[in-house]
Design a protein around this ligand. Structure first.
Ligand code: AR6
Length: 185
């Protein structure tokens, strides 16, 4: 499914984000930036060892040895990936929406898009942040992600944003959320 917004496009696809050819792909990382399972593990495996080395450097030199806070984003090269850059963001762990999880998830999308635009990029692919190991309910995550992306595309001239959903079930959730949001406009 693809929708146009001003000069921008928002596309939903089913697929593997490590294969995407947009200028940047987004990683659903953890605060350490040192890799993990799920999409994070897949991105690090496909990019090669140089990716974790650059992440370590950012952790030491930019973050003073601390974790990247939830909702923030940093950028590295993509190394062996087709995408030139990886934007690493940390989604919230779901605690029943008692810890500002919706706003923190929106920040992941907003800050990743802002970083991509600051770097002059015109295309980016996102995975479904927080809906795996971090257990954020996918219907609420889909609404939050798509609302944030649509708001950004309505106010900026960017290019193409691709939501890369890993399963047909996840795709259907995002597709129906997008249809509902567009009907409301
Ligand atoms: N391409 C696209 N989507 C994928 C891929 C892929 N190759 N692999 C998995 N997904 P998760 P989180 C989907 O658990 O919930 C890591 O260990 C997956 O089906 O990867 O944000 C980190 O280090 C799901 O829909 O991320 C953190 O510790 C979505 O990506 C923690 O998991 C997100 O699932 C982050 O948890």
């Amino acid at each position: 499914m693809e929708v146009r917004m001003n000069s921008n496009a928002l596309k939903l696809i089913t697929g593997d984000i490590t294969k995407q050819t947009t200028e940047a792909i987004v990683n659903a990382a953890n605060g350490t930036l040192l890799g993990g399972g799920g999409v994070d593990g897949a991105i690090h495996r496909a990019a090669g060892k140089e990716l974790v080395a650059e992440c370590k450097k950012i952790r030491e030199e930019v973050l003073g040895g601390d974790d990247l806070p939830t909702g923030e984003a940093v950028i590295t090269n993509g190394y062996n990936l087709p995408a030139k850059y990886v934007i690493h963001t940390v989604g919230p762990i779901w605690h029943g929406n008692t810890q500002n999880e919706e706003a923190l998830l929106a920040n992941c999308y907003k800050h990743s898009l802002q970083l991509a635009q600051e770097k002059g990029m015109t295309s980016i692919s996102f995975p479904s942040i927080s809906t795996g190991v971090y257990r954020f309910p996918i219907d609420l995550a889909a609404r939050t992600a798509l609302k944030t992306i649509i708001h950004f595309l309505q106010h900026h001239s960017f290019g193409q944003v691709v939501m890369t959903l890993f399963s047909p079930e996840d795709y259907r959730v995002y597709e129906s959320a997008l249809q509902q949001l567009l009907e409301k406009q």
